[in-house]
Design a protein around this ligand. Structure first.
Ligand SMILES: Cc1ncc(COP(=O)(O)O)c(C=O)c1O
Length: 484
């Protein structure tokens, strides 16, 4: 019998498995106190070249390679899972999800066709159903994606197919008038990519100005639609955002829905971040109007504490997604008895990883109420943080947070915008270089802000308090240096 090089004996398999689980376990125990990254001066990786090892011709002892790799990750890695991470939308993954990922890798279901993945596909459909029913849709269809970007561009294709049934055959040539898309100036850049991919082009996306709460201004939206109509163009799709990347702002989803009805447009809601609030009975009213959408995007790898990657697109119109990618090839396996479409017909992917299992397992183990607790607590922490900023002598609150992203700026009476921007950047830079915490700079409605996001289920009040003290200390140092 040949023994393939990749095959370990059962004892080694167990030893290595236990080793990895032990390392993960230590890591999870460290997350409440772990620094996000080493201080800048102590960093070992300065450039991509430092990581280069020549292609290994032969192998080496597995346990020591795993040890070495994990040591490097622990020492030099960037730990978005740390409770001190107040950065972009990257959570600490639930442990249940980590276990699910192991199982997915081991069972390696190929979800392209039902014939080879009936159980895995059934679990995917069940998970989608939980999302669809939580939106309030009795009837819906959807598919898991790699993330919000793929979900958004799928929705853009749906909008085009809804406007012209021959779009999938003829492409953009199916339109006698150019189709136009509308989203707020704060909406995510994946929409720019979406209009490029679908063939409509960047000039077909209207970025509508926002108000002081970073919500799309309906009057500007209607003006833009009117001018497009007068110019002989075709208003095709309106994209509302439920939880913008910069500030977590939620567009007025009811008002947007009315505009869509009035002009016969497809209504998509990009809820990559904020749609998680459907799982909170207390906060789901922030998404009022969501149920009127034609399609939605949700990214469980954001607020639902999933590891990368998992997104989903759902629509309240059945048969639509299936119609988008309904291709044939002789090698595609058939599953004669089943009425449901193969997954490869529901999206761009052919080989499909089971991205849903981690969410399914987390919901089965912890239930919806665990997410409700997470969302309610984060929103509350966000409000407390905002109240602290309002009272601060060093910082000012730029906008009241709707979800759990807080935008602030240093107080510099009499300073120019450029001076404030420089001071904000220096403060963030100082904190980031020290390694323990991580936060970022962005622009909201063209104004430079310090962006703080509560995204980790391990982050508690005490982390916020230490973070606030760090912010104040950094600001005082920078302001003293500026004054000198
Ligand atoms: C509002 C919003 N939509 C879409 C996306 C894109 O999601 P992904 O990174 O999963 O492709 C993001 C990412 O941060 C986002 O914030």
């Amino acid at each position: 019998m040949i023994k393939p090089a990749f095959e370990f004996d059962p004892e080694t398999r167990r030893e290595l498995g236990h080793k990895v689980i032990d390392i993960i376990d230590d890591y999870y125990s460290s997350l409440r106190t772990r620094a996000v990254q080493p201080p800048f001066e102590a960093r070992k990786i300065q450039s991509a070249q430092d990581c280069y090892t020549p292609l290994p011709e032969t192998g080496a002892e597995a346990a020591s390679i795993i040890d070495e790799l994990c040591q490097r990750f622990l020492r030099d890695g960037f730990h978005t899972a740390s409770a001190n991470y107040f950065g972009l939308m990257n959570p600490a993954p639930t442990y249940a999800a980590v276990l699910a990922e192991l199982l997915v890798a081991a069972f390696n279901p190929q979800l392209a066709s039902l014939a080879r993945s009936e159980l895995a596909s059934q679990i995917e459909r069940e998970t989608l159903r939980w999302i669809g029913e939580s939106i309030g849709w009795a009837i819906h269809e959807g598919t898991f994606t790699t993330g919000g970007s793929e979900a958004n561009y799928t929705a853009i294709l749906l909008a085009l197919a809804a406007k012209s049934p021959s779009y999938t055959r003829s492409g953009i040539a199916a339109f006698a008038q150019r189709p136009i898309f509308y989203a707020s100036s704060e909406a995510h850049h994946s929409l720019d990519k979406g209009v490029i991919i679908c063939g409509a082009g960047l000039e077909s996306l209207r970025r509508i100005p926002v108000d002081g709460s970073a919500r799309m201004q309906i009057e500007h939206l209607e003006n833009a639609i009117q001018s497009d109509l007068e110019a002989g163009l075709l208003p095709c799709c309106l994209i509302g955002t439920a939880g913008t990347t910069n500030s977590g702002a939620i567009d007025d989803l009811v008002a947007l829905s009315q505009v869509c009805k009035k002009y016969g447009m497809w209504y998509h809601v990009d809820g990559a971040y904020g749609l998680a609030a459907i799982f909170s009975l207390r906060h789901r009213m922030l998404l009022e109007g969501l149920e009127t959408a034609d399609s939605i995007a949700i990214d469980p790898h954001k607020w639902l504490a999933m590891p990368f990657s998992v997104g989903a697109v759902l629509t309240s119109h059945t048969g639509m997604i299936e119609g988008l990618f309904d291709v044939e090839a002789p090698y595609l396996p058939k599953c004669a008895e089943v009425q449901v479409k193969d997954n490869f017909r529901l999206g761009m992917q052919w080989s499909r990883r089971m991205n849903s299992l981690k969410l399914w397992l987390t919901l089965r183990i912890h239930g919806r109420q665990a997410y409700e607790e997470l969302i309610d607590r984060h929103v509350q922490l966000g409000r407390e943080f905002a109240a602290w900023v309002e009272k601060s002598e060093v910082f000012e609150l730029v906008m009241q947070p709707e979800l759990a992203i807080i935008n602030l700026s240093v107080r510099l009476p009499g300073a120019t915008e450029a001076e404030v921007e420089k001071a904000n950047s220096l403060i963030v830079d100082k904190i980031v270089r020290a390694g323990k915490f991580w936060l970022s700079i962005t622009r909201v409605n063209r104004r430079n802000v310090i962006r703080t996001m509560i995204i980790n289920y391990l982050s508690e009040r005490r982390h916020m308090q230490e973070f606030q003290a760090t912010l104040v200390a950094a600001a005082k140092e920078i302001l003293a240096a500026v004054a000198r």
